[in-house]
Design a protein around this ligand. Structure first.
Ligand code: SF4
Length: 177
C-alpha cells in the first residue's frame, strides 16, 4: 500500500501544529483550530524559551523556515534525498513531534519530492532522534488526520485533561481560570 492509497483525507487545513496537538491534547487542538493560538500571545515561560531556542539554533542553516502548503518546516538538508529537520525544546512530547515530522515527510512525498526521513533536534539536552516514514505509518497517519478532521468539525469543546499534565500548557489559564 502506498501513501496515496491510504491517505485520501483532505489535508488542506491541517497544519503541523494541529498534528502535534492531536497527540498532546484534543482540547488544545480544537481551540487552536478555532483561531485561539495562545502559543503566540502568552507570556508562558516555556513558549518564550521555545521561541528563543528556535531563533538561535541552527542559525547557519541556509534552508530555514520553509513555508510549504499549510506547514512551516524548521529546515531542510539535501543529500541522497531531502531530509526534514525540526528543532524542539523538550522531549516531553516526543511522540507528537515524531508524527508532526512524519506528516511533513508525507506532504513532501505527495509533491513528488524524494523524502522519507528527517531528524528531530533537542538542543537543550543535546539529543536528536532520527525519524523515518515507513509504509506501516501511512494508515496510522491517515487515522490521525481523520481524527483531527472529526475533532475540528465537532461543535463541542473536548474535555480537559487531568490538571497535573496541564500545568505548563500555554492554554492553562483558559482552561482553569
Ligand atoms: S490546559 Fe490541559 S486541557 Fe487545557 S488545552 Fe492545555 S493540556 Fe489541554
Amino acid at each position: 500500500m502506498n501513501s496515496e492509497d491510504s491517505l485520501d483525507i483532505s489535508q488542506s487545513h491541517i497544519t503541523g501544529t494541529m498534528v502535534a496537538y492531536y497527540y498532546i491534547c484534543h482540547r488544545k487542538l480544537w481551540l487552536f483550530s478555532k483561531g485561539l493560538n495562545l502559543e503566540n500571545v502568552s507570556g508562558n515561560v516555556d513558549v518564550i524559551k521555545g521561541k528563543i531556542l528556535h531563533e538561535n539554533s541552527f542559525a547557519r542553516e541556509t534552508n530555514r523556515d520553509i513555508d510549504f502548503d499549510t506547514v512551516k518546516i524548521d529546515f531542510l538538508r539535501f543529500g541522497d534525498q531531502v531530509y526534514v529537520h525540526e528543532v524542539k525544546k523538550s522531549k516531553k512530547f516526543e511522540e507528537a513531534h515524531i508524527w508532526q515530522l512524519k506528516y511533513y515527510i508525507h506532504l513532501l512525498q505527495q509533491k513528488g519530492i524524494n523524502c522519507s526521513a528527517g531528524v528531530i533536534h533537542y538542543p537543550s539536552s543535546m539529543r536528536k532522534i532520527d525519524v523515518e516514514l515507513k509504509n506501516g505509518d501511512h494508515p496510522l497517519l491517515a487515522r490521525a488526520l481523520e481524527g483531527i478532521a472529526k475533532i475540528t468539525k465537532n461543535p463541542n469543546l473536548p474535555p480537559k485533561k487531568q490538571k497535573k499534565v496541564c500545568s505548563r500548557c500555554a492554554y492553562f489559564d483558559f482552561c482553569y481560570a
